[in-house]
Design a binder for this molecule. Structure first.
Ligand SMILES: Cc1ncc(COP(=O)(O)O)c(C=O)c1O
Length: 371
């Protein structure tokens, strides 16, 4: 069997006719920048997440940067962000003029509240929880810390569209939330794309102008802005993909359930929490990330047997990127440090069928000598 970690052509074939139709329609209307496909998508995203405003952006990184700036975070401020995230989370903080301060994660691979508390200083202005792998962090203690210290929350929910915590959608816990529509994301387009959501009218208005060269509704330039609009064609593709989104999330949760059932007895693995109905968390499984003993050998063995796996961030978390000059040491983020030699992701997307999941799990069991 050959099971690639990610099958991009299969992803395109899935809704090819509908996507081509959307492309032709936008093309024939000459609808390329800030047109109705974009406003339709923004309205859909706002409705889906329950946020008052959704604003399309060029990508998730810009959605984070603009979210930070629109929420008033900038020079001299510190923002606490987990070390186990894509460098884009910290880069957005840096480019907003602030300093990323790295926190540890826990067994769920999400930012740890005790570590946030330990990293708070005089200049701390905000927390950026990263809702990694399609799961929302344990937000109650994080909200309590933010409240106690008067900190803003800017959520990196780039990997978590539709995930909920106590019924509340990822991206809606703070001043602003960011989403990425990079092709491999659960809601992926065929290029780059992103969006910011907020319930705050002022942040929304500021973000609208920052994404469009600082131009306000009258066309007058009111701030130094960016060219960071979500392309209308990408929005048209996203409108097609959105129609199938709930069904795709259900399939991902079913795959995760099968991995859990077939692998949970192996002591060499630490699996992510399985999908549950009606619990505190509703996870959408952007990724199926686990920890494994002899991780690199397992990866090589699976590759020999035709199974593609991926180690996020190339196996390095942000505190290990020495050239970025961040002050965090391994001792500040002990769980993350230990985990970097153990974490790995199994194939998780809608083109993985049940037979493939069974095959992958059989190979893993064989590798560890389990029946
Ligand atoms: C956790 C996280 N943050 C930020 C980003 C940045 O999103 P984008 O690639 O759309 O800029 C991504 C995705 O790539 C991500 O996974």
């Amino acid at each position: 069997m050959k099971i690639p970690f990610f099958d991009y052509p299969a992803l395109f074939r899935l809704y090819e006719a509908e996507v081509v139709e959307a492309f032709l329609s936008a093309g024939r209307r000459g609808a390329f920048i800030m047109q109705s496909d974009l406003t339709d998508f923004e309205a859909q995203l706002a409705k889906y997440t329950g946020a008052k405003h959704a604003i399309g952006m060029a990508d998730g990184t810009m959605a984070l940067l603009i979210g930070l700036r629109a929420a008033g975070i900038g020079k001299g401020d510190e923002v606490i962000v987990p070390s186990h995230t894509f460098v884009a989370s910290a880069a957005a903080i840096h480019h907003a003029g602030a300093t990323p301060v790295l926190a540890d994660c826990g067994r769920d691979h999400l930012i740890d509240a005790a570590s946030i508390r330990a990293r708070i200083g005089k200049r701390t202005k905000a927390i950026m929880p990263v809702q990694l792998n399609g799961r929302v962090a344990d937000m109650d203690p994080i909200l309590a810390i933010a409240d106690e210290h008067g900190l803003r929350i800017i959520e990196d929910s780039c990997q978590a569209l539709g995930a909920t915590y106590k019924g509340r959608q990822a991206g809606t816990f703070g001043a602003a939330g960011a989403f990425s529509f990079y092709p491999s994301k659960t809601l992926g387009t065929f290029g780059d794309g992103g969006a910011m959501i907020t319930n705050d009218d002022d942040i929304a208005e500021h973000a609208q102008l920052l994404r469009d060269h600082g131009r306000g509704k009258s066309g007058k330039v009111e701030a130094w802005g960016y060219n960071s609009r979500l392309d209308n064609i990408q929005a048209a593709i996203l409108n097609v993909k959105f129609r199938h989104y709930d069904k795709e999330v259900a399939r991902r949760r079913a795959i995760a359930g099968q991995y859990d059932q077939r692998l949970r007895d192996l002591p060499q693995l630490q699996l992510p929490p399985p999908p549950v109905e009606g619990g505190v968390h509703f996870d959408i499984f952007q990724n199926y990330e686990l920890e494994a003993e002899r991780r690199d050998e397992l990866k090589a063995y699976l590759a020999e047997n035709g199974v593609g796996t991926l180690i996020q961030w190339g196996g390095q978390t942000i505190h290990q990127f020495e050239r970025l000059g961040l002050a965090a040491k391994a001792a500040d983020v002990p769980y993350t440090e230990r985990m970097t030699s153990r974490f790995i992701m199994l194939p998780m997307n809608v083109s993985v069928d049940d037979a493939s999941v069974a095959y992958i799990c059989d190979k893993i069991r064989k590798f560890y000598g389990a029946a």
